[in-house]
Ligand binder design. Structure first.
Ligand code: ZN
Length: 247
């Protein structure tokens, strides 16, 4: 084989698409400038590591990572505790979750905006904490992109528009997606299935216009995905090929 036959595959950040500077080169720059470069290669855990807080190490086995630039990895780390907090604060007598709950309470109370997030009842007791979808959205999108990369080996193509469905509303697309995934796809895990499991499928219409599963992205018109965190938190994500969306 001549050198020209060797295809050099440049690794990209699966979130922003920037070509990644190798770890070796990044470490050399860090040594020189005291700063790890923004486009330096890192391995990002899917889902975020904080969801395993307090669980035995056996729960953390076989977690997967995806290639991410240093900047995306850092940016996500600033928002991903939100999901941990949402899970921890709704702990339902699961002793493994005590550590997560403790971290959640600390983290919520240490924020300057914590008052607006706590739901206080008429007696003045804290009866709950409000999380809005917007603050959890980055985590769901990130985990969707991570799961997609893990299964298909490349980042979600730019011509797909990604939508996280609102958990408070039932809608036609959600029941369609869940029904399709239940019929066609097995659950897969990262770490223990009680912490994080997912189903994902590319879809295309058959000759009668019915949606069927495909493995080929170029003929796919959409992506259906379910994420399940800690058994109770179920998120449905649908991505459509952009040309299908009416303007
Ligand atoms: Zn990036």
């Amino acid at each position: 084989m001549t050198p020209i036959d060797k295809k050099i595959k440049v690794l990209e950040c699966i979130y922003c698409g920037i070509p990644l500077l190798s770890k070796k080169e990044s470490l050399r720059i860090e040594k020189e400038t005291k700063k790890y470069p923004d486009n330096g290669e890192t391995k990002d855990h899917v889902p975020q590591q904080c969801l395993y807080e307090g669980y035995p190490s056996s729960y953390k086995e076989n977690r997967f990572t995806v290639p991410s630039c240093h900047k995306c990895n850092l940016d996500f780390s600033l928002v991903e505790n939100e999901l941990r907090d949402a899970i921890g604060i709704s702990n339902e007598k699961d002793s493994f979750q005590n550590e997560i709950t403790e971290s959640s309470v600390k983290s919520i109370l240490s924020r300057s905006d914590s008052k607006s997030r706590l739901i206080i009842n008429e007696k003045g007791y804290v009866s709950g904490v409000e999380f809005n979808l917007d603050t959890l959205l980055p985590s769901h999108l990130k985990n969707f992109k991570g799961v997609f990369y893990k299964i298909y080996g490349f980042k979600v193509p730019e011509n797909f528009s990604i939508h996280v469905l609102d958990t408070k509303q039932t809608n036609y697309f959600e029941s369609l997606a869940i029904k399709f995934l239940n019929k066609n796809v097995e659950w897969k895990f990262s770490g223990h299935e009680d912490i994080f499991k997912f189903k994902i499928s590319l879809i295309k219409p058959d000759e009668n216009g019915l949606l069927i599963k495909t493995e080929n992205i170029s003929e796919s018109i959409g992506i259906l995905c379910q994420l399940n965190y800690h058994k109770r938190f179920k998120i449905t994500i649908i991505a459509f090929e952009k040309s299908l969306i009416m303007k």
